[in-house]
Ligand binder design. Structure first.
Ligand SMILES: *Cc1c(COP(=O)(O)O)cnc(C)c1O
Length: 429
């Protein structure tokens, strides 16, 4: 399947000669839909334009960061202005302090925070910190939760309840993966069993606050509270990975919505305003274990660099307006209602999970409890839907396992245009 224009095709051919698979991150290669990616020339607001001049309404927003839409003027102006005074110093700058204060103010569980250049570094560092603090080696993660690509976290599992980690990637030594215990999500009994057996060796649980990298899955009532109480009981730390949900679902992310206090939290995406940023923070007594105060080493040449901090702050400032999150919810609800109507009318088995500006449509009528349900979708139907929508200028994720994103730049008219395209596409499926 390839409907790309000649320039995209030429660029992809050239890319494949010098970049593995032609892409710098695997999902961009369109492998899940059996095709080739297009190349972007520019993007503004809710729209992207490819190198051949075709325009698309975008429902990915750079995989999460672009909550104001593409290239919002407040952010681009800030970047231009700040760049005139220097791009990176490797010496403290005032924006770092303002960013840290803002995060601590918005997210009550965070007393101290350190910036990184990606979400991967944030989760990797939080895990090291938790192990150093607890003086224990094991961590618990959940099947289907993605926390970036560091060795300890690139571990999924078979469907057995208490599987010790098998590496999810070549190049991850089994000896590393064995320290990562992978459990099924939304399964309280599996969690209780593993803590009863070896709770005194577990440094931390890391969890995507709402798992959103294999579909969008919600915790069963009481499940997040159980994560919190069981870690307390056994002296382990609870790490919320809010790289995707943080500052997107509200000023305090999922922990704000659910009224929970994790020991550590990881952020990224929205806080960088589209520049490469991550952060991890939490209890001051834990964070103070980091070098130079404590024995846990963590560093970064570009961490806290002024451009990324200022861009992120400009974006957060827009989000601090009282209307911002309610508007995202309003757009989300409008889109959700439309999607439900057309999929139901066409009689297509589906599930739809949405919270605020995040949504995921599943081509299945199974109840979505965890990644096993997410994997059982009608992939062929999804592919037809994806290519049909793309042809008509609607860009949704090129995989049925990804969450979609709305931004403040989307309008009801964008959403309605999209819905009417979906309707036409479904009619032909
Ligand atoms: C995107 C993501 C990461 C990794 O962040 P990168 O900036 O891509 O390294 C980690 N955790 C979650 C929940 C994410 O969505």
């Amino acid at each position: 399947m390839n409907q790309n224009g000649p320039l995209s095709q030429k660029l992809f051919a050239a890319a494949k000669e010098v970049i593995p698979g032609g892409v710098n991150s695997p999902v961009r290669a369109f492998r899940n839909v059996g095709g080739e990616p297009f190349f972007v020339r520019s993007a503004k607001g809710s729209r992207i334009v490819d190198v051949d001049g075709k325009t698309y309404i975008d429902y990915i927003g750079s995989w999460g960061p672009n909550i104001l839409g593409h290239a919002p003027t407040v952010v681009t102006n800030t970047i231009h202005e700040v760049a005139k005074s220097g791009i990176s110093f490797g010496i403290p700058n005032p924006f770092e302090v303002e960013m840290a204060r803002t995060i601590c103010e918005w997210v009550p569980s965070v007393q101290k925070v350190r910036m990184t250049s990606s979400g991967t570094e944030a989760t990797m560092s939080a895990i090291r910190l938790a192990r150093g603090f607890a003086k224990r080696d094991y961590i618990v993660k959940f099947n289907g939760c993605y926390h970036g690509h560091s060795d300890s976290l690139l571990v999924a599992a078979g469907s057995g309840a208490l599987t010790h980690g098998e590496p999810d990637s070549a190049g991850v030594p089994k000896a590393f993966a064995e320290k990562t215990i992978v459990l099924p999500y939304n399964d309280p009994a599996a969690l209780e069993a593993v803590f009863a057996a070896q709770g005194d060796q577990i440094a931390a649980i890391i969890v995507e606050s709402y798992p959103a990298n294999a579909g969008l899955v919600f915790p069963k009532p009481g499940y997040l509270e159980l994560l919190s109480s069981i870690t307390k009981k056994y002296g382990a730390l609870l790490i919320f990975d809010e790289v995707m949900t943080g500052f997107r679902l509200g000023k305090a992310g999922v922990q704000g919505l659910e009224n929970l206090t994790p020991d550590l939290s990881c952020f990224g995406k929205v806080i960088g305003g589209g520049l490469p940023v991550g952060a991890f923070g939490g209890r001051a007594d834990v964070m103070d274990m980091l070098a130079p105060l404590g024995p846990v080493y963590q560093a970064g040449t570009l961490s806290g660099n002024p451009l990324a901090m200022a861009a992120g702050l400009a974006q957060l400032k827009e989000l601090s307006k009282v209307s911002a999150y309610p508007r995202l919810e309003q757009l989300g609800a409008h889109f959700e209602a439309g999607l439900r109507t057309i999929f139901t009318e066409k009689g297509i088995p589906h599930r739809l999970n949405r919270v605020g500006s995040m949504f995921c449509l599943f081509f299945t009528d199974r109840e979505i409890v965890n990644v096993d349900d997410v994997m059982k979708q009608d992939l062929e139907l999804f592919k037809k839907f994806f290519w049909g929508a793309l042809e008509k200028g609607i860009y949704i994720a090129p995989s049925p396992y990804e969450t979609g994103f709305l931004s403040l730049a989307h309008t009801e008219a964008d959403l309605d245009d999209t819905l009417s395209v979906f309707e036409k596409v479904l009619a032909k499926i």
